[in-house]
Design a binder for this molecule. Structure first.
Ligand code: FAD
Length: 308
């Protein structure tokens, strides 16, 4: 295990914000994992598992513990549609490879950043798809108790942008088994993937560093009748949800800026880093949004990004 000290996490996140990790190490194999567990126990320090860093806001003071960056990024496609993939595999790479081999099931996630592990933790999804739809099982190691376990789909407690792992950050996700459908026309799949990438370029402020949607969309079942009626009149209800960005925009917050952070003009549920944003700028914008939306609509927005 190669241990580094005071490593800036900023470049390892899509937000390009945040202070240093006191310790940092890349986990390339099980021996690295064992040594990391040993180090954590001996030094009694906190740990954080970093995937693609696409859903995180790292605080300006950084992380006072060890950041573990697993690097298990192999993938094997089997003839029956089973895909066995290391949880550090980049989603964009996996999606391209699956489509290119004619394996259907991931094409709607074209342009979704991050790793397979991060996608499972968040039950990431888009256009009606969620990673839970294709996950058969995932193996994981509890870094506190050293228990190794294979979680079947049902054990993962998936719900909208949530899973068992989100509330149990001591589990290191290692390998996932997915079920795709082989034998499809690769050009059709690649075209769908590319359309989704283009859609994101049009709708999302990808010209600036960001961490995706800041808040979760709102489930109709949790909203009052008058709010649902208002959203229906404005034609913004999507399936069983109302986009959080709708309320942020309606509270006239689009374009609001604090320091180097700004609520995107293009998509109100994105906060962008104009270049030199501090985490505190983003946190202040988050507080402002929560307060204004609460005052105006009596709605409590829930964070989708994770603050570290
Ligand atoms: C431009 C943009 C667009 C986005 N669009 C979408 C979208 O359409 N839908 C959507 O759902 N999300 C979206 N996101 C958010 C983000 O891409 C996803 O949540 C993604 O799945 C996070 O994966 P990651 O590897 O980057 O995780 P990270 O941000 O690194 O980490 C997220 C969480 O997962 C944990 N984690 C990561 N890897 C492991 C592992 N191997 N073992 C245990 N825990 C792990 C971390 O500890 C952390 O708690 C978007 C983000 C951006 C920047």
């Amino acid at each position: 295990m190669f241990l580094e000290e005071n490593i800036y996490l900023k470049p390892l996140t899509t937000f390009k914000i945040g202070g240093p990790a006191r310790f940092f190490t890349v986990l390339k194999n099980f021996s690295d994992v064992e040594l990391a567990i040993d180090f954590i126990e001996k030094n009694k320090i906190n740990f954080f598992i970093l995937g693609g860093g696409s859903n995180l806001l790292i605080k300006d003071e950084g992380f006072d513990g060890i950041v573990l960056k697993p690097q298990f990024d192999y993938v094997n496609f089997f003839e029956d549609g089973i895909v066995v993939v290391g949880c550090s595999k980049s989603m964009p790479e996996l999606v391209f490879e699956a489509c290119n081999l004619g394996y259907k099931g991931l094409e709607l996630t074209g342009g979704l950043p991050g790793t397979v592990g991060g996608a499972i933790v968040n039950n990431a999804g888009c256009f009606g798809f969620e990673i839970k739809d294709i996950l058969l099982e995932v193996s994981a190691l509890n870094l506190k108790t050293q228990e190794f376990k294979i979680f079947k789909n049902n054990d993962c407690n998936f719900s909208y942008r949530d899973s068992f792992f989100k509330n149990h950050p001591e589990w290191l996700l290692i390998e996932a088994k997915l079920k795709l459908e082989p034998g499809f026309d690769k050009n059709e799949l690649l075209q769908i993937m590319q359309e989704k990438i283009e859609y994101r370029k049009q709708k999302h402020p990808l010209e600036y560093p960001n961490a995706g949607s800041v808040f979760k969309n709102l489930l109709l079942e949790n909203l009052k009748e008058n709010i649902i009626e208002m959203a229906m009149e404005d034609n913004v209800v999507k399936g069983n949800k109302i986009p959080a960005g709708y309320f942020i925009e309606k509270a006239n917050l689009k374009g609001r800026q604090i320091g180097g952070a700004k609520i995107s003009e293009k998509h109100a549920n994105f906060i962008v880093n104009l270049g030199n944003a501090k985490a505190i700028d983003v946190l202040n914008l988050i507080d402002l949004i929560k307060e204004e939306v609460k005052n105006k609509f009596e709605i409590d927005l829930e964070l989708e990004i994770k603050i570290v």
